[in-house]
Design a protein around this ligand. Structure first.
Ligand code: LLP
Length: 432
């Protein structure tokens, strides 16, 4: 096809948007951990999530080095048993937001005491399951939850170790849907309203729980680490009179998705956190819960191009065999991604086209203005990098599209960790 819709051309996809172990192979194709992405797509089908296992492990270790013992992997970013094992083996706790996430982590043989249980509306039965399993920490989010824990302990459950989640009144500069630290929030106990003080005092006075700390999470995809530092100051000052041993600053560190974006590393975030802690003479240990920063750039999604429609004077549509079922972020948050062809990762990308999926809605757009090599053709394998977080985990099978498979690659080996859905899976819960 011609580059008739060419606009600002882009060169090769930059390496900071690719997994650590991405390299151009002798055949010119992009390889990750020594595995040819084009061959992988043919062997395992598309869409396919491909994770660089050593990249995941390296980010987990970086988080442990940066924050120490109190760091947890926020499993909502991406969870399957293989991922839970990796985070655990590399020394992280695991943040689970529901009993569903809890059971996946337990099924990966992660000990319950390494789990931190979150959720703004934990049901009594969920809390009962968490207490029964013996999760290490429960992050309490409301007065109703204090009531529920007290009722469960009166009925015989063991009193859990808890942190109270507070909203520090710090607005993260991110999309409103994923900003959580402002006063107007469904999460936590407000510091400025006095609810946090009332909640902590009540919890400390209660025999039904052992209060070990204060938690806050101001939002996700945060680029300004100063906002995270500001929240730490608020919770440290709030917690100080109670002499609690733990503070958790949640997750939220942003990642670069497209050309020209840059974010601080986990190490830098840790160093900045330590600086604030030293300046304020914070005695408590400080934990964190990165999700996106661990998993996002570890993966690329591979799709197959099925249709190319050139609409003269309008635009070119490139339709792939996935869509918002495997990546709802563009539709939900207006998130941008980049694209490249693994058969020629070094090619200039002079064709501008809209990459769309196969769902029955015009909103099913993966990349609005994707830059691609001009010789793009039907049957090509097309990749979107930085899809390792909140892609597979937020996927759906709308239109009964099968959820994709997930493979981990390492040292030239491929390990399928989640298989592609089948018709039998679609019908498994449909009992007639
Ligand atoms: N801790 C808590 C209590 C959280 O609620 C979250 C994310 C994290 C840690 C991890 O945040 P991260 O380090 O991944 O930013 N679906 C959205 C993101 C929602 C994040 C929800 N909570 C997206 O795709 O951008």
């Amino acid at each position: 096809m011609t580059a008739s819709s060419a606009a600002a051309a882009l060169g090769p996809v930059p390496s900071n948007l690719l997994p650590d172990n991405a390299q151009v192979g002798a055949n010119g194709h992009l390889h990750v951990a020594g595995v040819d992405l084009v061959e992988l797509a043919y062997d395992y089908g598309t869409p396919l999530f491909v994770y660089d296992e050593d990249h995941l492990r390296a980010r987990c270790r970086e988080a442990v080095d940066a924050f120490g013992e109190g760091v947890a992997y926020a499993s909502k970013a991406f969870l399957c048993r293989a991922m839970a094992r990796i985070a655990h083996e590399e020394g992280m706790h695991i943040d689970v937001a529901t009993v569903g996430e809890m059971h996946v982590a337990l099924a990966a043989d992660v000990p319950a005491d390494r789990l931190v249980m979150h959720g703004n509306n934990k049901d009594t039965s969920e809390l009962a399951e968490a207490l029964e399993a013996g999760v290490g920490r429960i992050v309490v989010d409301s007065f109703d939850e204090l009531d529920k824990i007290e009722a469960l302990v009166s009925a015989g459950a063991q009193p859990p170790d808890v942190l109270l989640r507070v909203t520090p009144g710090v607005k993260a500069e991110t999309h409103d849907f994923i900003s959580t630290g402002q006063n107007d929030s469904k999460f936590g106990f407000g510091v400025s309203s006095g609810a946090a003080a009332t909640g902590v005092e009540r919890a400390i006075a209660s025999d039904a729980m052992n209060v070990v700390g204060i938690h806050s999470h101001i939002g996700s995809q945060v680029f300004r680490v100063e906002s995270l530092a500001e929240a730490l100051e608020v919770i440290a000052r709030f917690s100080e009179p109670y002499g609690l041993p733990e503070l958790s600053i949640g997750g939220g560190l942003g990642v670069a998705y497209v050309e020209g974006e840059a974010t601080p590393s986990i190490s830098k975030w840790g160093a900045m956190t330590r600086e604030v802690a030293d300046r304020l003479c914070i005695g408590a240990s400080i934990g964190a819960e990165p999700g996106r920063a661990i998993a996002a750039s570890a993966a690329v999604t591979l799709y197959k191009v099925g249709t190319i429609k050139e609409l003269p004077g309008i635009r070119t549509y490139v339709a792939v065999d996935g869509g918002y079922g495997d990546n709802p972020r563009p539709v939900l948050y207006g998130s941008d991604y980049t694209t490249f062809l693994p058969r020629c990762p070094g090619a200039d990308r002079t064709l501008v086209a809209r990459v769309v999926g196969k769902h029955c809605e015009s909103g099913d757009v993966l990349v609005s203005d994707a830059h691609l090599p001009p010789d793009l053709t039907v049957g090509d394998i097309l990749a979107t990098p930085v899809t390792g977080a909140y892609g597979h985990s937020m996927g759906s099978n709308y239109n009964k599209v099968f959820r994709p498979a997930v493979v981990f690659v390492r040292d030239g080996q491929v390990r399928e960790v989640v298989r592609r859905e089948t018709v039998a899976d679609l019908l498994a819960t449909d009992i007639g």
